[in-house]
Design a binder for this molecule. Structure first.
Ligand code: ADP
Length: 489
């Protein structure tokens, strides 16, 4: 056997990649866009059937290319998004409720104090609509089909990985992996089991949830267009990127600059409970070992660049932001905060709103573009400061990936504002790479030690001009305070 397939079931697209284990490269890929729907303000839904059919389509494409030489499929996926379905037919009971969906934010805001404390202590998360539990509760209470299925003992509820595993194995396997389970707000990341008190509070019977397996476990046999192939290795997208980036030792971390920004910081077998508003989460579980991470995210990062392009229409393409930002020596006193739908870690304030301040008659689009790019790096700095406080580990280098990590201005400014090296790998698809590694390891085709040997660095950005970056950061923090004040109006 020569290949493994990585299935990356993301929010905007579903992709499958064929990874050549011996050569250590992707040799083929297939992609299908996934549609999101916004039926009401703050709501985000997807069609679970579409997710499954498109996954099967891209997998079939890779299988045809592999010509019988694929050893298995590893799965990585958008996290927190929930699907509810009929255990007998596999039919979804309602549209998938996507991680970005805010329909349960009032409920989460008003959760009793003792439950908020329990959530923090046991799940490492915070009482936010982002996570799965309140979404499942909402569906059980508001979708008659789901309620009926629950009464009949036929309801299944799980994250996207568990739905895909269920469908691809013809309903034989109803399971998820620990990294996905750790994002549900129902899973005790210390005891490594669903928490009875939280299940009771949310009114979610344990029987409707998937069995939780290790990230390197076997997940049954898929049948794709008549071809049988093992499902092996599963992890949520951010955790898979951590593995793909070979950030596998305590104190290593990565930042993904995609639509949002996700910082994951490996804390080893130690579960660090953040005092600064970050999340504690399971990084992965393989070889019988559970490893934890601290996580901080910004809901909007690359999407702020998209806003410049499509909303303000002052940018011809996302990539052009680099040249335009570099056409001015600084942002001319302009500061920006990309809090379009509130601020995630470390403030968790969904009423905060975006802020563009310091505008003068001399402000040009270049200043605004530069300020937006700087705001992404400043947001990451704030998260990293929290990590340092929580872990007492001073980071010397951070690994980067995601679409916006291709922006050299952003990466250089990131190094300046962090005072740490930013290391960009040659292989841009860290998430898929993580899923490929998990699959190859769980099929016995690769060892854990090989992951680090395989990572090739494309460029290291070394800090320079730190004093200037510090000034920009200080202005960002002031602007962020104003963005948070918006919540009081
Ligand atoms: P996702 O996986 O979240 O869909 P990607 O990792 O594909 O995101 O990154 C896409 C995002 O990165 C978009 O929001 C886009 O605006 C941004 N982006 C892509 N290239 C650049 C660039 N060169 N400079 C700045 N932003 C970029």
């Amino acid at each position: 056997m020569k290949y493994v397939i990585a299935l990356d079931a993301g929010t905007t697209s579903i992709r499958a990649f064929l990874y050549d284990i011996e050569k250590g490269i992707f040799v083929h890929g297939a992609r299908q866009e996934v549609e999101s729907r916004y039926p009401f303000s703050g709501w985000v839904e997807q069609d679970a059937n579409e997710i499954y059919f498109k996954a099967a389509y891209v997998l079939n494409d890779c299988l045809m290319f592999a010509k019988g030489k694929a050893a298995g499929i590893g799965i990585t996926n958008q996290r927190e998004t929930v699907v509810l379905w009929n255990r007998e037919t596999g039919e979804p009971a309602c549209p998938a409720i996507v991680w970005q969906c805010r329909r349960t934010s009032e409920f989460c805001k008003n959760m009793p104090r003792e439950i908020v404390k329990l959530v923090r202590e046991r799940t490492g998360l915070t009482n936010d609509a982002y996570f799965s539990a309140s979404k499942i509760k909402w569906a059980i209470e508001n979708v008659p089909v789901a309620r009926e299925l629950l009464k009949e003992g036929k309801l299944c509820a799980g994250t996207v990985d568990s739905y895909l595993i269920f469908k691809l194995t013809g309903g034989k396997v109803f399971a998820t992996d620990v990294t996905n389970a750790s994002r549900t707000m129902l899973y005790d990341i210390h005891a490594l089991d669903y928490d009875e008190e939280l299940l009771k509070f949310f009114g979610i019977p344990r029987e409707i949830l998937p069995e939780v397996r290790a990230s390197d476990a076997q997940f049954g046999t898929a049948n794709i267009g008549g071809t049988e192939i093992a499902l092996a290795g599963v992890a949520g997208d951010q955790q898979a990127a951590l593995i793909g980036q070979a950030a596998l030792s305590e104190g290593e971390g990565k930042i993904t600059y995609g639509t949002g920004l996700f910082l994951l910081f490996h804390t080893g077998e130690k579960l660090i409970r953040s005092e600064s508003g970050l999340l504690s989460t399971i990084a992965y579980q393989f070889g019988g070992k559970t490893v934890y991470a601290l996580e901080g995210s910004m809901f909007h990062a690359g999407s702020a660049i998209q806003w410049l392009r499509d909303g303000l229409e002052i940018l011809p393409s996302s990539a052009e932001s680099e040249r335009i930002a570099l056409s001015v020596p600084d942002s001319g006193g302009v500061s920006f905060v990309p809090a379009f739908t509130g601020i995630g870690a470390p403030h968790w304030n969904s009423d905060a709103r975006g802020m563009l301040c310091g505008i003068t008659r001399g402000t040009t689009r270049a200043h605004i573009v530069r300020a937006v790019l700087e705001s992404i790096a400043c947001g990451a700095r704030e998260l990293l400061d929290c990590m340092t406080k929580d872990s007492n580990i001073l980071l010397k280098e951070i690994k980067c990936d995601g679409g916006a990590s291709q922006n050299n201005f952003l990466m250089q400014f990131q190094a300046n504002v962090l005072g740490a090296n930013v290391n960009r790998p040659k292989e841009r698809e860290s998430t898929a790479l993580g899923a490929a590694y998990l699959c190859a390891m769980s099929r016995g085709e690769m060892s854990f030690a090989e992951i680090s040997q395989r990572r090739e660095c494309e460029k290291v950005f070394v800090p320079s001009d730190r004093a200037e970056a510090k000034k920009v950061y200080d202005s960002y923090l002031i602007a962020e305070k104003r963005a948070l004040m918006h919540a009081d109006f």
